[in-house]
Design a protein around this ligand. Structure first.
Ligand SMILES: [Zn+2]
Length: 499
């Protein structure tokens, strides 16, 4: 697709306009079954194997609300400091789309289960308050796969395939109120908010929040106005921005695009826009200038939801520590600097490091493994840290081997490589690959003797008192023993023999 979009440099746009953000996040809950039927929700199953008359919308099928999903919705609402509706209903949102077999989506309209909340996010170490409009329950649609076109979109495709496994999976849609006052930090605030939600939802245990698998999806609304006091401008809605980095880039792009339109005396069209990960651009989608009419009406097949007050209070009392407080406590316990902590959080590694420390690793070591060796491996494979086939407990086990002097740093990296390759636990990899450090004097002594014999000049220097020359002999021994010698012991043996 060729683009003729005019852009104004971001800094210039920020000098001339004031941005207003709005973020809509859809979260797939990790309940075992769907929102209104007993079908399983596991990701990645064969297409159309997790369906039944209810989620296919067959005539006469009757839905039943998933209690676990309601509980998750209430907990999310409470964690976002929302009011919980004492009574609310589901509504039918009527529209036709092939991936929605019922021809309506069961959602909530004017009676969301949670509303009027707020949350505080961390923007480069500074707190920023975001007001929450609502969090409501709904169900996911199926998935369309457009085959034959170059873009994966329906235009130009030869045919389309439909998979209804996802149809009916419980969703919570969390909508912010307009976010004002960000100024030029709008891209960072948007990113920080989504990162914060991800952390919050993870701590609640209600979703696996994998943006790359679509279990957390973000729509970015943005408008510009001449100055902070002015009425809101017309907004665009960029759909399905599915990584933290993309959220930030999408905001930057829309700021630059809309600023160019407004500066040329044009008007911003109210529309949905598509995000292009490869080019970092948005392109027009559906125009929203004519308001859509979904003909919402209360769902006649479902009873209203009326969460008892005592139950809501019980759930409130059982909420985990909020992410910012949790982070502050861990940082103090671990003795990490602000910068170190920001690195851990920014890498999405906080829960992993925390679990590794809980499994017995020193905090610095836990941080080091996840942020260096494992981050590099995840990067090579193009996956998130959480998707690597190694558990925090196994990382702690590798560190325990290091601390016991059984492997050195270099061997520890080979142990990790073995675990990632599916060769077993760290202990199993060590024995299968024979990775243990050799500190046995008879084996080391023989190698030391050979090194001395092969390097008479170096040996003479050491005899003459140039102890620094021992490095060359240690190197020779390490090489012979494929890096598995205890270097400190080798050094002692060399000095012993040559003094
Ligand atoms: Zn079903």
């Amino acid at each position: 697709m060729t683009l003729t979009t005019e852009l104004m440099p971001f800094e210039e746009a920020m000098a001339r306009f004031d941005p207003v953000l709005g973020l809509e996040v859809h979260v797939e809950l990790n309940t075992a079954s769907k929102m209104f039927c007993g079908c399983p929700t596991a990701f990645g199953a064969e297409p159309n194997t997790q369906v039944c008359p209810v989620c296919l919308g067959l005539p006469g099928a009757l839905p039943v609300v998933n209690g676990a999903a309601v509980e998750a919705a209430v907990r999310i609402g409470l964690a976002l400091n929302c009011q919980i509706a004492p009574w609310c209903r589901f509504a039918r949102k009527n529209y036709f789309y092939p991936d929605m077999p019922k021809n309506f989506q069961t959602s909530q309209y004017d009676e969301p289960i949670a509303f009027d909340g707020w949350t505080e996010v961390d923007v480069d170490g500074e707190p920023f308050r975001v007001e929450i409009e609502r969090a409501h329950m709904e169900e996911d649609t199926g998935k369309s796969l457009h085959v034959g076109g170059s873009t994966g979109r329906i235009h130009g495709a030869d045919y389309s395939l439909l998979d209804y496994n996802r149809a009916g999976v419980p969703l919570i849609e969390i909508v912010t109120k307009p976010i004002e006052g960000t100024g030029a930090r709008a891209p960072q605030v948007a990113r920080a908010y989504v990162a914060h939600l991800r952390e919050l939802l993870l701590s609640l245990g209600v979703s696996d929040v994998r943006m790359e698998q679509g279990s957390l999806r973000c729509d970015v609304n943005l408008s510009l106005r001449p100055d902070p006091g002015a009425p809101f401008g017309t907004r665009s809605e960029t759909k399905n921005v599915n990584s933290l980095r993309s959220v930030e880039r999408a905001v930057r792009f829309e700021v630059s695009r809309q600023a160019a339109v407004l500066a040329a005396d044009g008007h911003v069209v109210q529309e949905t826009r598509h995000w292009h990960e490869d080019t970092g651009e948005t392109t027009p989608g559906r125009s929203k200038e004519q308001a859509e009419d979904y003909r919402y009406f209360p769902e006649p097949d479902l009873v209203p939801i009326a969460p008892p007050r005592e139950w809501v209070e019980e759930l409130r009392a059982g909420l985990p520590e909020p992410p910012r407080e949790h982070r502050a406590r861990l940082q103090a316990q671990w003795g990490l600097s602000d910068l170190d902590m920001r690195d851990v959080v920014g890498a999405g590694a906080l829960p992993l490091v925390e679990q590794t420390v809980d499994a017995g690793a020193p905090p610095q070591a836990a941080k080091k493994w996840w942020l260096s060796e494992l981050a590099r491996r995840a990067n090579e494979r193009g996956v998130e840290l959480t998707e690597l086939p190694i558990t925090p407990a196994q990382v702690a086990e590798v560190q325990a081997l290091v601390d016991a002097g059984r492997v050195n740093d270099k061997l520890a990296r080979q142990v990790i490589e073995g675990v990632l390759a599916g060769e077993g636990t760290p202990e199993e990899v060590v024995s299968a690959r024979g990775l243990e450090v050799v500190s046995d004097d008879s084996a080391l002594g023989a190698a030391v003797d050979r090194a001395i014999e092969a390097n008479p000049d170096v040996a003479q220097k050491i005899r003459d008192g140039k102890v620094a020359a021992a490095g060359a002999l240690i190197g020779a021994v390490m090489k012979e023993m494929r890096g598995q010698a205890d270097a400190a012991r080798v050094r002692e043996l060399i000095i012993d023999r040559l003094s």
